[in-house]
Design a protein around this ligand. Structure first.
Ligand code: 13P
Length: 286
């Protein structure tokens, strides 16, 4: 029987053995079941990620934790719960108080100095409770493919800033902006791998890739080979789930049994979760 873990050991292992742990955004029982079932079958460590709108508003932290605890008893794999894109420091501290062990404080929209001060506050609090903190430096607004170098520098993560940021905040992992964006892309995303390599050479904490949906597998694999240890996926799971449910309703317009119309959604999502685990190279690493 395993306990819900912090992401610390998982990411250390991934960094050492050069794969990435996938962090899947879940919303409810069904999506959580799919993620842990797929990870269990592929013997992969897995991070269950919830944004404030899932954890605070939709599902509720107590339900998510209870479900994840059941999952960690059922599957003999490392499972962590992670607060994703939380912006309110007091809310994070409250969740740490009740036992959450892994969080992201997203102050990336603030100035460099404000970001440092907010992240430092959360890190100092979290470390007292043996919880770990991810922060983001740079902006994930995407569509920067054609930016000239100077413009890129103001949006993407600057490697020297990354070093200063990690040293001053003592943050446990760093989400980098290298050309990914949340959601779908208009054209093929272009990732700034030179920048990623430079950051990796300067910074020793695990690096995180947000916005990994709709990024070609080869690019995600290359990012992992250059030092990404955690890959965040949300949109690529929601689309097949929703499409399968819509298809079911098209074919069965009178359907009213959630067990029936949710099942094709779960099956479609499970396939993509398994695929992402393999892209991350985390299969067999549990
Ligand atoms: P996508 O929806 O683009 O996969 O982004 C997910 C993410 O980065 C969550 O933090």
């Amino acid at each position: 029987m395993r306990k819900i873990l912090s992401t610390r050991e998982m990411l250390k292992q991934a960094q050492k053995n050069r794969y990435a742990v996938p962090a899947f955004n879940i919303h409810n029982l069904e999506t959580l079941q799919v993620v842990v079932e797929a990870a269990g079958e592929l013997k992969s460590p897995v991070i269950i990620a919830g944004t404030p709108s899932t954890i605070c508003d939709y599902a509720g932290a107590d339900y998510i934790v209870a479900m994840a605890e059941v999952a960690s008893e059922k599957y003999d794999i490392p499972i962590a719960i992670h607060l994703d894109h939380f912006e309110d420091v007091d809310v994070i501290k409250n969740y740490i108080d009740i036992g959450f062990k892994s969080c992201m404080i997203d102050a990336s929209k603030k100035s460099f100095e404000e970001n440092i001060s907010i992240v430092t506050d959360v890190v100092q609090y979290a470390h007292k409770y043996d919880a770990v903190v991810e922060a983001e430096l740079g902006k994930l607004i995407g569509k920067e493919d054609d930016l000239i170098a100077d413009e890129k520098d103001s949006i993407y993560t600057n490697p020297d800033d990354a070093l200063e940021f990690v040293n001053r905040t003592e943050v446990d992992s760093l989400a980098v902006a290298i050309g990914t964006a949340h959601g779908l892309y208009k054209g093929e995303p272009k990732l700034d791998f030179d920048r990623l390599m430079e950051i990796r050479n300067k910074v020793s904490v695990p690096l995180v890739l947000h916005g990994a949906s709709d990024v070609p597998d080869e690019l995600v694999k290359k990012a992992i080979s250059l030092g990404i240890c955690k890959v965040n996926v949300a949109t690529d799971l929601r689309i097949p789930f929703s499409n399968a449910v819509k298809k079911y309703f098209n074919e069965h317009p009178d359907a009213n049994d959630p067990r029936k119309y949710m099942t094709p959604g779960k099956e479609a999502m499970k396939e993509i979760v398994k695929h992402k685990i393999i892209v991350c190279g985390s299969n067999g690493q549990a």
